[in-house]
Design a binder for this molecule. Structure first.
Ligand code: 6PG
Length: 228
């Protein structure tokens, strides 16, 4: 468990304030040296407060380009869609132009959606920042334990995800690790078992990505439990 790059927070709000501040400052710094800031957004719910805080940040979003780590194969307006969380909590409130947002066309289906998104990812690599949550089984994005991606795959279909819905499109570890910085947030006691397994060296997808990238792993005390 990468304690060196880890931070522990008392609760999710404290983590979200630190994450939103760090993300905004990091982007501003990168944008003094380059034209665009390319960020991959996490699905799930862990990042919701971080996204809300970022939407209230007085940042110049015009040179940000938004991507997604994974998407569920549901209609674009379905509330279960990962991009919906980002639009509702951050992108729409911040007035971000949809042309800056590269959504995964997962409504095409897992295989067609992965094929359609691959050129966008190729054009974007390396990312400046990848945001990731972690599931209770140690999955991240929609890379689930035991799932194999081909060496040169950057975006892959998922057809039997253990976390519903079963059909998804996900960036592979190769794409998710191809970033200047990867920030992984883990909160809540439901993640405690996966965090403990990670600390014990389990080959979890999130552990593979953290080990294979310039990553920061931030947990709250509930997720760390007695491992503190
Ligand atoms: C998804 C997400 C997934 C998520 C984790 C954590 O489609 O479910 O991409 O990787 O980040 O499962 O989910 P929570 O943040 O809701 O705990």
């Amino acid at each position: 468990f990468p304690a060196a790059s880890g931070r522990v927070f008392a609760d999710p709000p404290a983590m979200a304030h630190a994450a939103s501040t760090m993300i905004a400052e990091y982007a501003a710094m990168r944008l003094t040296q380059q034209d665009y800031f390319r960020i991959v957004l996490a699905g799930g719910t862990t990042f919701a407060l971080t996204y809300q805080l970022l939407s209230r940040t007085a940042a110049d979003w015009s040179r940000w380009r938004f991507y997604f780590g994974d998407e569920r194969c549901v209609p674009p307006d379905d509330p279960a869609r990962n991009s919906q969380l980002a639009w509702t909590t951050w992108l729409r409130p911040a007035g971000i132009d949809p042309r800056q947002v590269f959504e995964i066309p997962a409504e095409l289906g897992a295989v067609a959606g992965a094929a359609a998104y691959t050129p966008d990812v190729i054009a974007a690599l390396p990312f400046d920042l990848v945001l990731l949550g972690m599931g209770e089984d140690g999955h991240t994005a929609s890379v689930f334990p035991g799932q194999i991606s081909l060496a040169d795959q950057l975006v892959m279909p998922v057809t039997h995800a253990p976390k519903p819905p079963p059909q998804r499109v996900t960036l592979t570890p190769a794409a998710l690790c191809n970033a200047a910085w990867v920030l992984i947030l883990v909160t809540g006691d439901s993640k405690r078992a996966a965090v403990a397994a990670w600390r014990d060296g389990a080959a979890l997808p999130v552990a593979q990505i953290a080990a294979g990238s310039r990553s920061s792993v931030w947990c709250d005390e509930a997720a760390l439990g007695n491992a503190i």
